[in-house]
Design a protein around this ligand. Structure first.
Ligand SMILES: Cc1cc2nc3c(=O)[nH]c(=O)nc-3n(C[C@H](O)[C@H](O)[C@H](O)COP(=O)(O)OP(=O)(O)OC[C@H]3O[C@@H](n4cnc5c(N)ncnc54)[C@H](O)[C@@H]3O)c2cc1C
Length: 451
């Protein structure tokens, strides 16, 4: 990530440089290279599209990953160790009484209500942590901090870039595969987490910050925007833009719900460490004293050497991109996906997802909707935003899941309706043209959409 400063940002860059200097001292020099100060000229040599006004920069080693895939790999690892995981099941209430929380009632995707007893219940529902705790009579009052991301249809820059917005926030652009994600912490939010709004001003704030340092960025087409919130225990008076995710664990025993533990606000770089702290609290309640081994055990796909991408591509008749993407998602387990004869047939060209991988995800990765397939294997996450692949993907999944023609069409409509909230705020001229062609070809707007 390269932090960029115009002359008026140089004091802010000095503060970032000081903070990164501290980080250099904490991070292992074997794993991370130290930060690097750059002049404007040196920064432009790295990224020629930068504005001539960029006067100074600090480059720091930073990593990006597919957070949704990582979340799934953790679930998969847990199920292989004996856990049971239920997708599309919503906890409606924690069953509590007489000072104890003894289980939960949840609703399955087909509408059934199920009650399960548990000795410990972990409420790790992110921005919904407050609502779930309230069903057990527990009042939690985290601040909810809104984060906004805009996804572009291409790699806008060769490196991750950070630029200052008009209010002083740092806005970060991260290239991820064939797309780029521009994001920043936005503001406090008070509404229901599932109904957060993206305003034109929020989007303009981000885009202007980027275009100030990278004037050509406006030529890229935004394909979607996403807003979501994370809970924070930061005190009153701290501006939302300065709040970073930080773990808080609350054992609700002293508040009259023994057995209920809320875990909120963890962050991605520290998620393993955060999980360890949470597991220690739970094990203490259960009286488990066995030492944990998970910190040293690789996640699924990481336990052996993966074959080189070129070899995989040659051997199975894949494109080089499809082989590389498959390895990124499945590591050394990629050959198992390729046992299916449909390995050579691409269903999503943008993200190079083959029919074989989609079938594998449906059979082994709890994929039941097109949205699940997006989260697990990146279906429809690229530049075409699903215009070219959703129908075929629905047909492949229909075969696996026994959907009728009507169910297949409904799955497509449900997905288009679900992603519409992310598409609508960023559609410009070419985006609208693409939408019209896609919908026109499929008999009009799906029910319920409001263009
Ligand atoms: C847009 C955005 C970008 C971010 N970028 C970064 C980043 O780059 N780096 C970083 O470190 N952090 C980032 N964060 C913060 C980070 O994502 C969160 O801190 C982290 O996801 C918290 O993990 P969690 O498991 O506690 O909650 P979440 O990831 O929010 O997970 C909560 C889960 O609970 C489920 N759930 C909710 N209610 C119920 C219910 N009633 N029944 C069953 N399940 C339920 C939800 O569906 C969800 O799957 C970002 C946050 C946002 C919103």
């Amino acid at each position: 990530m390269v932090f960029l400063a115009l002359p008026e940002d140089e004091a802010a860059l000095e503060r970032i440089d000081a903070a990164l200097g501290l980080l250099d001292r904490l991070r292992s020099p074997e794993l991370f290279r130290p930060r690097l100060r750059l002049s404007g000229l040196e920064a432009r040599r790295l990224e020629p599209g930068l504005s001539p006004e960029v006067a100074a920069a600090v480059a720091v080693e930073d990593w990006a990953l597919d957070a949704q895939r990582l979340a799934w790999l953790n679930v998969l690892d847990a199920t292989r160790a004996g856990a049971r995981a239920f997708n599309h099941c919503r906890v409606e209430a924690v069953l509590a009484g007489a000072g104890t929380a003894g289980g939960v009632r949840y609703r399955t995707s087909d509408g059934r209500r199920v009650e399960v007893a548990a000795r410990v219940i972990v409420n790790a529902t992110g921005p919904w942590v407050r609502e779930v705790a309230a069903t057990a009579g527990i009042e939690l009052r985290p601040r909810l901090i809104k984060h906004l991301e805009v996804v572009y249809d291409r790699r806008v820059s060769a490196f991750g870039l950070a630029a200052r917005a008009v209010d002083g926030r740092w806005v970060a652009l991260a290239p991820r595969g064939a797309i780029s994600v521009l994001g920043a912490t936005e503001s406090e939010t008070y509404g229901p987490p599932e109904a957060l709004e993206i305003t034109t001003d929020d989007l303009d704030d981000l885009c202007r910050a980027l275009e100030r340092v990278l004037p050509g960025a406006g030529e890229a087409r935004a394909i979607r925007a996403r807003t979501a919130a994370f809970p924070s225990a930061a005190p009153w008076g701290v501006p939302a833009r300065l709040i970073a995710p930080r773990l808080v664990i609350r054992d609700h025993g002293p508040e009259g719900a023994s057995g209920l533990v809320s875990v909120m606000g963890g962050s991605l770089p520290t998620y393993r460490a955060d999980a360890e702290v949470a597991a220690d609290v739970i094990c203490a309640r259960l009286g488990v004293r066995a030492p944990s081994t998970t910190a040293r055990r690789p996640l699924p796909g990481g336990a052996g050497d993966a074959p080189p991408a070129e070899e995989l591509a040659r051997e199975h008749g894949l494109t080089a991109l499809a082989a590389a993407r498959l390895l990124r998602r499945h590591g050394c387990e990629a050959p198992q996906v390729l046992e299916d004869a449909r390995r050579g047939r691409l269903v999503c060209r943008c993200e190079a997802v083959t029919e074989a991988e989609l079938v594998h995800a449906t059979r082994h990765e709890q994929v039941r909707t097109l949205g699940d397939a997006s989260r697990r294997v990146g279906l429809a996450m690229g530049a075409c935003a699903g215009a070219a692949c959703l129908e075929r993907a629905a047909a492949v999944m229909a075969q696996e899941l026994g959907w009728s023609a009507a169910q297949r069409f409904q799955a497509w409509r449900d997905h288009v309706a679900a992603v519409w909230r992310a598409r609508a705020p960023v559609l410009g001229r070419w985006g609208w043209a693409q939408e019209e062609v896609a919908y026109g070809a499929r008999r009009g707007w799906p029910g319920g959409l409001r263009p």
